[in-house]
Design a protein around this ligand. Structure first.
Ligand code: NDP
Ligand code: OXD
Length: 309
């Protein structure tokens, strides 16, 4: 029973002790030492090179080392008959909620304005609402969106969530589908994107969407760079339609040194760290799916390739 691990070599060293302890019978091969391709049963991957998975003729399960599987589905050679599972780890979910709560609070409490004032040695009091008067909208109300929403609700924010299918969540104004998107956007003073990147959501954070937000709204994108039309964000910040943006994911990562986002006074850049994978908590979750497959039990967090997430 062999598993191919394809991520960075440093990351392999962090995972291997957990695999050895939890499933000693599993032979772990670290890419590029693939050996006999036909002997590989499982693949645990983050952004594998196109064609790698297709080269494993007896592959039974593809496990993604993160929550978003857009990179796997974008590769036309990814075998469609092999189930794909994504990583859903409560540890990562909490990390994302911390990130979202931090950034929403920063935007709500005008942290960027006060940082600029401090740089200029300006002592000046700006208007401030309480959280209950601040309308926050979460685009993508799934595992991460709902957990972040619970924490924002606990802080008192007036919360809405947008998803594909309708949801009923106590205390949250929920919206679903394209038809309800304008009403959701119209009330979102701080918009948080936690959508998967799919055919439908590619480029969703564009000029048209920004124009439907209240004037001066702020954006947090902790999902994927492909959701955002970079030039439209810069234009919306330029006209004041948007007041600020916090970005954790980018079309090109690492963000190129000459990208205008780095030096924009109203943009906060973080290097895709909102929710990092954590081997001690994630390894048991991943190995549980191998056991499920071997025992013929249903897999957890299986991706629907047709839906794209
Ligand atoms: P889920 O699949 O649990 O949730 C996705 C949500 O998006 C669901 O509510 C879904 O609706 C909604 N959605 C999907 N497509 C559409 C659409 N076309 N229109 C409206 N709503 C839609 O995913 P997670 O919450 O676990 O993760 C979300 C994303 O966060 C990941 O795909 C990944 O890209 C990103 N991420 C970023 C990290 C970082 O460090 N920056 C870390 C981890 C994840 P419905 O509920 O109806 O299905
Ligand atoms: C993920 C990510 O999808 O790290 O888990 O972005």
């Amino acid at each position: 029973m062999a598993l191919l691990f394809r991520s960075s070599p440093e990351s392999a060293a962090r995972w291997q002790p957990h695999f050895a302890r939890l499933m000693p019978e599993l032979e772990v091969r670290v890419w590029p030492e693939v050996g006999d391709c036909a002997a590989i049963d499982y693949a645990l991957v983050w952004q594998p090179e196109p064609g790698l998975l297709a080269s494993l003729p007896n592959l039974k399960l593809i496990m993604n080392l993160g929550a978003g599987v857009d990179h796997l589905l974008a590769d036309p050679t990814t075998p469609r008959h092999v189930p794909i599972v994504r990583l859903v780890d409560p540890y990562m979910t909490e990390a994302m909620s911390e990130y979202v709560a931090l950034q929403v609070l920063r935007l709500h409490r005008r942290d960027l304005d006060y940082a600029a004032q401090q740089r200029d040695r300006v002592w000046w009091e700006l208007d401030q609402k309480n959280a209950a008067e601040r309308r926050v909208g979460i685009l993508g109300f799934g595992v991460l969106g709902q957990d972040a929403g619970r924490k924002l609700q606990a802080l008192g924010f007036d919360l809405a969530g947008w998803s594909r299918g309708a949801k009923a969540v106590p205390g949250v104004a929920t919206y679903a589908g394209a038809a309800e998107l304008p009403a959701f956007l119209g009330r979102s003073e701080i918009l948080v994107c936690l959508l998967p990147l799919t055919r439908e959501t590619e480029g969703i954070l564009d000029r048209r969407l920004f124009s439907q937000l209240p004037r001066g709204a702020a954006l947090v994108n902790a999902a994927r760079g492909g959701h955002l039309v970079d030039a439209d964000l810069l234009a919306a910040l330029g006209t004041g339609q948007l007041s600020a943006a916090v970005l954790d994911a980018f079309r090109d990562e690492p963000l190129p040194p000459d990208h205008p986002f780095w030096s924009h006074p109203r943009i906060v850049v973080t290097p895709h760290i909102a929710a990092l994978t954590n081997p001690p908590t994630a390894a048991p979750i991943l190995l549980d799916n191998i056991r499920r497959l071997r025992e013929g039990r249903p897999l957890e967090n299986q991706v629907d390739p047709a839906r794209g997430y």
